[in-house]
Design a protein around this ligand. Structure first.
Ligand SMILES: C[S@@+](CC[C@H](N)C(=O)[O-])C[C@H]1O[C@@H](n2cnc3c(N)ncnc32)[C@H](O)[C@@H]1O
Length: 475
């Protein structure tokens, strides 16, 4: 039986084909709900490398530029950042209902999310001390919607609300706020940074642009391109920006039956959960633990007083941050210092430096050389790692046992399936972070021992693998 879900997919694909998109007959939009993956694009015949999967006219992209709202509210929209202006356009197009050219597209977009913004307090608590809890930004988004967007909507009621809505019922501020969150979350997980016809931003040899340059690009919702799921480095397709169309092409041969994956970037699982509301084991390679400035200060202050001039100097040199990433690649021959944010190492060595040594560096406008950590630095880092691990309320072993128990929870048990899935994902995220802390602690203990024997690893004594801190992909 064709259910509503499949019927919506069919109407969407027919709408897209009618809007002059080209769609290869070797792909289908498939129901992947039994894998908790919503819809996804799957190959039904073998596909060659570079083969076109589909092309979408630029005019079909749901964007500020293409929406009628930009004719009535041009200046207001131009003053907003790309994210805020697209939220307003999506609210407008959504409220037009069947009058919107994108109605069949809205019908396949999500109405509910598993992103952290929508988790209940007890679900978030399962993330324990993961720094991602401080990055959800629900309050900030609420304030932005209330203080900036709501007044624009209320002042332009006639432009925003179709006459039927104005006549029949008024959307309350709470309804609008919920809708704005829904559109904001859709953009976070679905929108692309749309490169203009004339590409004038700088990309490196791998096709990556700096985050600042991506920030400035207009955002747009690209039908079908955003139906591709992702699984870390299993991406086998990519969106290309051409003058009249956006084309999705195979990056490698894809066999019939295989899912077609995009690349959401090398995101740690905590961030994947925040932005996309899912995780897979393949993303574990990008996991990080964040160490706060506070925990570093506490570790140093327990040993010695921090001179008042050090932090302002480091701040001027871009070293002071609210948090620092530590990853663990676990590759043989890899130097642990490569997995620790260089700013953290500089911070520690600068804060530990004797006053005379710090004054000498400062006079030359230099920072400590962290190709090699001092034995005091290693000891301090070890304390930081141990203190950070102590912030999590359970051990990794307890978490692994808990996951094992949760895996045995039958579907119709007390706990609702959505909550169960969220709790499992949270436990996996905290296990990943604890693993990094444990492995880093082990290596630092060995280093501390070797430091006692005068044998120190140098930062540049590393294997040829690339750093975990890759830049974000533009697509
Ligand atoms: C750009 S959309 C992809 C299309 C989406 N599956 C749908 O049905 O609309 C991104 C969302 O897809 C889901 N997703 C993407 N990759 C996934 C994967 N490997 N496993 C499970 N869910 C995935 C997540 O919910 C994510 O927020």
């Amino acid at each position: 039986m064709v259910d509503d879900f499949q019927a919506k997919s069919d109407v969407f694909m027919a709408w897209l084909a009618n809007s002059s998109a080209t769609i290869s007959n070797k792909i289908v939009l498939r129901d992947l709900r039994e894998h908790d993956a919503g819809r996804g694009v799957v190959a039904i015949s073998d596909i060659a490398e570079d083969e076109l999967l589909f092309s979408i006219p630029r005019t079909s992209v749901l964007s500020v530029e293409n929406s009628d709202l930009s004719t009535t509210l041009r200046e207001t929209l131009q003053e907003l950042d790309p994210w805020a202006s697209l939220i307003l356009v999506m609210l407008y197009e959504y409220m037009r209902g069947a009058n919107s050219p994108w109605k069949p597209y809205f019908d396949v977009l999500p109405t509910e999310f598993n992103t952290l913004m929508f988790w209940a307090e007890d679900e978030l608590a399962e993330l324990q001390a993961s720094a991602v809890r401080g990055k959800i930004g629900r309050e900030g988004a609420d304030n932005l919607f209330k203080e900036m967007m709501m007044p624009i909507i209320r002042e332009n009621q006639g432009a925003f609300f179709p006459r039927e809505i104005q006549a029949n019922y008024a959307l309350s501020d709470a309804d609008l706020l919920a809708l704005a969150h829904r559109m904001g979350s859709t953009i976070m997980a679905y929108a692309f940074d749309i490169e203009p016809v004339e590409l004038n931003k700088e990309v490196d040899e791998e096709g990556y642009a700096s985050e600042e340059e991506d920030e400035a690009l207009p955002k747009g919702m690209v039908p079908l391109a955003d139906m591709l799921n992702a699984d870390a480095d299993r991406n086998n397709a990519r969106l290309f920006y051409e003058s009249n169309v956006l084309t999705m092409k195979a990056l490698k041969p894809i066999a019939a039956g295989e899912e077609i994956f995009n690349d959401y970037g090398p995101l740690p699982r905590s961030d994947l959960l925040r932005r996309y509301g899912y995780i897979t084991a393949n993303y574990a390679q990008y996991d990080v633990v964040e160490v706060s400035l506070e925990i570093v200060r506490e570790a140093i202050q327990s040993e010695s007083q921090i001179p008042s001039s050090v932090l302002p100097y480091l701040e001027d040199h871009g070293i002071v941050d609210s948090g620092y990433d530590i990853s663990y690649q676990g590759r043989s021959g890899q130097n642990i210092l490569e997995d620790i944010s260089p700013e953290l190492l500089i911070l520690i060595e600068a804060l530990l430096a004797p006053a005379a040594e710090f004054d000498r560096l400062k006079a030359k406008g230099k920072l400590p050389n962290v190709n090699e950590l001092s034995s005091q630095g290693i000891k301090c880092l070890l304390n930081i790692i141990r203190n950070r691990a102590a912030q999590y309320s359970t051990s990794r072993k307890e978490d692994v046992d808990m996951l094992f128990q949760l895996a045995g929870v039958p579907i119709h048990a007390e706990i609702a399936p959505r909550k169960l899935r969220r709790v499992k994902m949270a436990v996996e995220v905290r296990i990943g972070e604890k693993l990094i802390l444990e492995e880093t602690e082990k290596v630092l203990e060995e280093m501390a021992e070797r430091a006692g024997e005068g044998l120190l690893l140098k930062r540049n004594e590393r294997s040829p693998q690339t750093s975990a801190n890759k830049k974000r992909r533009t697509t």
